[in-house]
Design a protein around this ligand. Structure first.
Ligand code: HEM
Length: 406
């Protein structure tokens, strides 16, 4: 059994930790114990073994477990997360879990794990019971079977892997990731409560800066990361925010109810910025901290840009999220494991289709050979060497045939 808290009973921690709904909310509360539940049965345990294309990188991730972590495990776990997300529509809550694990980071504390951050500490009841984490126990539960299947993967890695996979599956950008995060091992290493942003703070823009600057983010990154609210919903019985249900959430998918920021709240795009800017649909949620992005002059520059230009939003989001995923993380090995960098086995069929482009290194090789033969980038070869060689061989063959009798 793992050294974490998930088998402990945390429902009491939640029932006493839910913050009151904001005055504008028309919601009523219900107990946490029934508040999470993706109705589709998980099938992660049934995933068929698959021949992986990548060479296994075997390293030790010693502080969380003595089992070796391999790139193959990470790949398999990613597939398991994909299947989980597709079956449960749990993209938003998995993203929120990864963010809340990482977002406790304090850049001014140099000592690990005192600095907080992406170290898996949110799995302990002590931290999971913080008011800001209401509802996230359900996300941890969803990931339990995957953690059981891949014990070498740290919680910290699994939370971040699940988050970026959920974003990609929702149509969001591919986020460059490293793995090998080391887990904290005891509840005593959990950060203190109150490190995450509060949607109802008196001066929202000032509050956002205080909290996100502490993590080392700038204004652009604050606005980009806020765009994650393009996905998901707020629920009165968790955060105290939002409506019990809206026309966009009453039928799910997944657990029905809550109030979303966008119409298509399982699609990652820039509609969050457009909706927050226009505020034209009362069925959609705008938290005070969301509204601040179009009220504060510095935030507004980026929020306007992202409302107009999804490509820029995706690029900035991916960069900011990659940084978020590594806040306070200690890697083993120190350089981490990058799945994309692992060499791929050569598959001839992949290169035989007419649509396949030559790789950059192949283009360089061909170019080098061409230059070696006397060609120049601007001009074709002055003489056709290949034809000359054929002619010489032909002449030699004729001479041999004519005078071969001597
Ligand atoms: C800017 C400051 C932020 C504030 C004040 C804030 C606040 C909130 C609140 C109140 C909820 C509703 C939770 C519930 O009732 O279940 C929520 C949900 C969510 N947040 Fe944030 N958040 C912030 C930033 C972020 C960031 C940086 C991310 C990710 C990078 C994020 C991702 C999400 C997601 C995906 C949900 C939906 C969860 C679900 O549907 O279960 N948030 N947030």
């Amino acid at each position: 059994m793992h050294e974490h808290s998930r088998r402990e009973n945390v429902s009491s921690a939640f029932s006493s930790s839910i913050s009151p709904p904001p005055p504008s909310s028309s919601s009523s509360s219900s107990s946490f114990s029934s508040s999470f539940g993706c109705r589709v049965v998980q099938k992660v345990a049934t995933i068929a073994p698959r021949k992986l294309r990548r060479r296994a990188l075997v390293i030790s991730n010693s502080s969380s477990t003595s089992v070796k972590l391999s790139a193959n495990d990470l790949e398999e776990a990613k597939l398991a997360v994909k299947e989980l997300v597709q079956n449960t529509h749990s993209n938003p809550i998995l993203i929120r879990l990864g963010w809340h694990d990482a977002g406790t980071y304090n850049k001014d504390i140099k000592e690990w794990p005192k600095c907080g951050g992406a170290n898996g500490s949110i799995r302990f009841t002590k931290e999971m019971g913080h008011a800001a984490n209401a509802g996230l126990q359900g996300a941890l539960k969803l990931l339990d079977p995957i953690k059981d299947k891949f014990p070498a993967i740290s919680y910290a890695d699994l939370f971040q892997l699940a988050s970026v996979t959920a974003i990609e599956l929702a149509g969001g950008p591919k986020i460059p990731m490293r793995y090998g995060r080391v887990d904290t091992t005891t509840p005593e290493e959990c950060p203190e409560e109150g490190m995450l942003p509060d949607a109802g703070a008196p001066s929202p823009a000032e509050h956002l800066r205080k909290v996100f600057y502490r993590m080392g983010f700038n204004d652009k990154e604050i606005v980009a990361l806020s765009g994650a609210h393009t996905l998901g919903r707020a629920r009165p019985n968790r955060s105290g925010w939002g409506k019990d249900e809206t026309k966009y959430t009453k039928d799910g998918p997944g657990l029905p109810g809550g109030q979303s920021w966008t119409v298509h709240w399982l699609k990652f795009d820039n509609s969050y910025f457009r909706e927050v800017k226009e505020k034209r649909d009362a069925e959609l949620l705008v938290l005070p901290t969301d509204a601040a992005l179009f009220e504060d002059p510095s935030f507004k520059v980026y929020a306007e840009k992202y409302a107009e230009d999804q490509e820029t939003f995706f690029k900035d989001y991916a960069e900011a999220h990659a940084k978020l995923s590594e806040l306070g993380a200690k890697f083993d090995p120190p350089e981490g494991i990058t799945l994309e960098a692992a060499p791929q086995k050569f598959v001839a069929a992949e290169y035989s289709t007419p649509k396949k482009e030559l790789s950059d290194s192949m283009k360089q090789k061909i170019r080098a050979e061409y230059l070696g033969l006397g060609g120049s980038p601007e001009q074709p070869l002055k003489t056709n060497y290949f034809l000359n060689i054929i002619v010489i061989i032909a002449v030699l063959a004729i001479l041999t045939w004519l005078f071969g009798g001597f």
